[in-house]
Design a protein around this ligand. Structure first.
Ligand code: C5P
Length: 401
């Protein structure tokens, strides 16, 4: 059974008798670890009550576009950003038509326009409506926009007819939703990722470090694992739980991270340096706690740490090497310089001056830079961004240098 751990699924319920099955779908998605938020159209509320979905999802159901209270709690743009996947089940013929036209005349259609997450539809309708030329044309348009169609199945219908148009069963839909995240783009590849800060010990109680949370590196490790890679995550001290199915190696200092990276990098295909490695460490570690003296000043002598990513990029059998550049000004310029200086294949440039993004936050916006291009990505959640970065880096791995 594929996992949906850490996945955020926005379930859109539109008007159709199959809406009763969506109640079970919420349970199936949550069983696999997803967190689910439900949006219902007005027609859906003729078939089921929001209370049912609220009880099953554990969250209030979203129904109106222009409801100030709901917008204050989690606005429609926030919801659109929150979703890792938007799953519309059941998707009625009417909703499919509105989606094909790109309408934004209620909350769910607006969300579908606003989101960057993949969209999947589980159509459910009478077989005559399914076969209608108008529905077929609408579906063709949606397929061209890479919208995923799940089903429908065939069989007896609530209207008494038999044929295509039945919504797929909740278990099959939950499986299809999980499969969405397992792309196989890095199947058979080995990936090494560094994450988090490093700590440079001064004495038994003190150290030098930085504010890196490790979130971006951990998100990349999860995304690479979902893409089928075998992943080693070499992490400085963070408060984050170990990602599932990832070989996590915990280190403290830059020197330890350096040793582990040089041990693992030569056998990997892709190396991503997301760690905020301390540039300097104290020249000498004091084995006894430094006592406060009478002097007003204390001088700490620092020496440079090894540049881990430059060392990896300098290996004879070097992996495809990707670094990060956290900058507060002249983002692309400085990042390009780093790309060349460190001999990297690509660099992910991060503007740390933007409020609510980057260091220690859940969202990020970056520019993915290589010798040929500079592609802005986000702002979006670090996990969604990580998936997009992994998909793009996986493609670059296949391209000739
Ligand atoms: O030189 P700067 O620290 O800005 O470069 C950032 C990139 O280099 C990141 O990918 C970081 O993980 C990596 N780095 C490293 N070893 C260091 C310093 C930075 O691998 N000592």
């Amino acid at each position: 059974m594929s996992s949906l751990t850490n996945k955020q699924i926005l379930l859109g319920v539109t008007g159709g008798i199959a809406a009763y099955k969506s109640a079970e779908l919420v349970r199936r998605l949550r069983e696999r670890g997803a967190s689910v938020r439900v949006v219902m159209t007005a027609a859906a509320r003729e078939f089921m009550t929001p209370l049912t979905f609220q009880a099953l999802s554990g969250h209030p159901v979203h129904t109106d576009l222009l409801d100030p209270a709901a917008e204050a709690a989690m606005g429609h743009i926030e919801l659109a950003r929150w979703a890792d996947l938007v799953l519309i089940a059941p998707a009625s013929a009417n909703f499919i038509a509105r989606l094909a036209e790109g309408r934004g005349d209620d909350l769910l259609s607006t969300l579908c326009l606003a989101t960057r997450a993949p969209l999947a539809l589980a159509p459910a309708m009478n077989q005559g409506m399914w076969d209608n030329a108008a529905t077929r044309e609408n579906l063709d348009r949606l397929r061209q926009r890479q919208i995923l169609l799940l089903g429908p199945g065939e069989g007896s219908q609530a209207c008494g007819e038999t044929g295509p148009g039945r919504m797929l069963e909740p278990a099959a839909l939950a499986e299809a939703a999980a499969a969405q995240f397992e792309t196989g783009a890095l199947a058979g590849r080995r990936v090494v990722i560094t994450a988090g800060p490093t700590r440079e010990a001064i004495d038994p109680v003190r150290y030098l470090s930085n504010h890196s949370s490790g979130k971006m590196g951990y998100a990349l490790a999860r995304a690479a694992m979902e893409a089928g890679a075998s992943v080693t995550l070499i992490s400085g001290p963070t408060a984050l739980p170990a990602p599932e199915r990832v070989n996590l190696i915990r280190v403290t200092s830059a020197e330890e991270m350096y040793r582990e990276c040089l041990e693992h990098a030569p056998r990997c295909d892709l190396f991503i340096g997301a760690a905020a490695v301390a540039d300097y460490r104290p020249r000498a570690y004091q084995s006894q706690k430094i006592k406060k003296g009478s002097d007003e000043q204390l001088t700490l002598e620092l020496v440079k740490n090894p540049d881990i990513i430059a060392a990896v990029a300098g290996l004879d059998a070097r992996p495809f090497t990707v670094g990060f550049a956290a900058e507060s000004e002249q983002l692309e310029d400085y990042a390009r310089r780093k790309l060349i200086q460190k001999n990297l294949n690509a660099i992910i440039a991060n503007d740390i001056s933007r409020e609510g993004l980057g260091f220690n936050s859940d969202d990020n916006a970056v520019i993915l830079i290589d010798a040929r291009s500079a592609i802005p990505l986000g702002p979006q959640s670090k996990q969604q961004l990580a998936r997009e970065l992994i998909a793009r880096l996986a493609r670059s791995l296949h391209e000739p240098a």
